[in-house]
Design a protein around this ligand. Structure first.
Ligand SMILES: Cc1ncc(COP(=O)(O)O)c(C=O)c1O
Length: 394
């Protein structure tokens, strides 16, 4: 049987691995030796499960969206990660990694953030666990997601505005890696998505896999079978999608649909549709698809959504696309905004701009009336209200 799981060297097919500077070699090795041992220990499992339940509010509901279902002629369930504490799926991963960092004796936490949701999640967990926290964020994102910047500051984190490149997620990640190189011994880098050198993509996917674990149970209760016909999610680096599909990767009855950011269109120079536009390359420690020019220089991505504005993609997802296990659709800014308004008007749920890309993929599908679709609403749209109002299609 074909498998889409990671191998012991951190590769998904030809994608993945750990391409890191010498100075980080020890930290990455240390993490690689520690993460599975820690995650398999009873003590970690209990503390993680208790925090997910009592602090995050899990399980998140699997909500049958009746009016949305009527519109698209099938049965659409929404996995409501927007209802988690701090408003997105990012908190699942942040809690898990800070628990791992503590068990590794690390005292200082750094993180990168795009939309600010991962930064807020990490700052939240650091407040809870009394740890020092520095968050790197591109200046463009500091401006377009300023509410999240204020939240991070209130939580006690230091937010460093990054002014290199086009001042978005890629540049924030570069700066976080630079910081890590300067403080390799005491600092733990909490990466917010299924990107970076092995073991990060696998570790983040495992920490987010609670999403599909719950979907299995909830579908059994609500549908009498534990699998849907379709799983749909947006992909920036790929963590909410990885969590949504984790327990279904090798179940070919389930079709996987990933929505990446088309920006102004994949045939314009303003796009972040990495899977469609990228070529094999190395970014932030992983071999994966990368948007690059003919000389191999990474090109500046563009998306209305700060969380999807990234020129790389998780190696798991690059492989799923390469193996034709996943269908990848590029959803443009205007399609995402329209879909966000549609969900708001039909179901009374304002989704994050990132999640709106998954919703925008619905109109490109051809569902049968018997199809059961699970779509992950990765976050809530409070942080995006200004962008929505400025782009109101009505
Ligand atoms: C709400 C939300 N959804 C999705 C994403 C994209 O990240 P990922 O692909 O890792 O889920 C982000 C990133 O900031 C986000 O804030």
């Amino acid at each position: 049987m074909k498998t889409y799981q990671v191998n012991e060297n951190g590769y998904y097919g030809e994608f993945g691995g750990a391409y890191i500077p010498e100075i980080l070699h020890r930290c990455v090795e240390e993490l690689r030796n520690a993460y599975l041992k820690v995650m398999d220990s009873e003590d970690f499992k209990q503390e993680f499960a208790a925090l997910l339940r009592d602090y995050v509010g899990r399980p998140s509901p699997l909500y049958l969206a009746r009016r949305l279902s009527d519109k698209y002629g099938c049965k659409i369930y929404l996995k409501r990660e927007d209802l988690n504490h701090t408003g997105a799926h990012k908190i699942n991963n942040a809690i898990g990694q800070v628990l791992i960092a503590r068990r590794m004796g690390k005292k200082r936490i750094i993180a990168e953030t795009g939309a600010g949701q991962h930064g807020v999640a990490t700052a939240t967990v650091c407040a809870l666990m009394d740890m020092e926290c520095v968050v790197y964020m591109g200046k463009t994102d500091v401006e377009r997601q300023h509410v999240n910047v204020e939240r991070m500051k209130m939580l006690g984190a230091r937010v460093e505005a990054v002014t290199s490149g086009n001042m978005t997620l890629k540049d924030a990640t570069n700066e976080a890696i630079r910081d890590w190189c300067c403080h390799p011994a005491d600092t733990y880098y909490v990466i917010g998505s299924t990107v970076g050198p092995h073991p990060y993509p696998d570790m983040v996917a495992r920490l987010q896999s609670v999403i599909s674990e719950e979907i299995k149970k909830q579908l059994t209760e609500q549908e009498g079978r534990d699998y849907p016909d379709y799983l749909m999610a947006c992909v920036g680096g790929g963590s909410n999608a990885a969590g949504t599909i984790y327990h279904y990767l090798d179940d070919e009855r389930v079709k996987i649909v990933l929505a990446e950011a088309g920006g102004k269109g994949i045939d314009t120079l303003m796009s972040a549709a990495t899977i469609q536009l990228g070529r094999l390359g190395i970014i932030h420690g992983a071999r994966t698809l990368v948007m690059q020019d003919e000389d191999g220089q990474i090109t500046e991505p563009y998306s209305i959504s700060a969380g999807l504005d990234y020129p790389g993609i998780g190696p798991m997802h690059a492989n799923l696309a390469r193996q034709h296990r996943a269908t990848v659709l590029a959803i443009n800014d205007d399609e995402a905004v329209r879909a966000a308004y549609e969900l708001t008007r039909l179901e009374g749920i304002i989704p994050a701009l990132e999640s709106a890309h998954a919703l925008g993929a619905l109109e490109k599908m051809n569902f049968r009336p018997t199809d059961v679709v699970v779509l992950t609403v990765s976050g809530r749209g409070d942080k995006d209200i200004e962008t929505y109002l400025a782009n109101n299609p009505y």
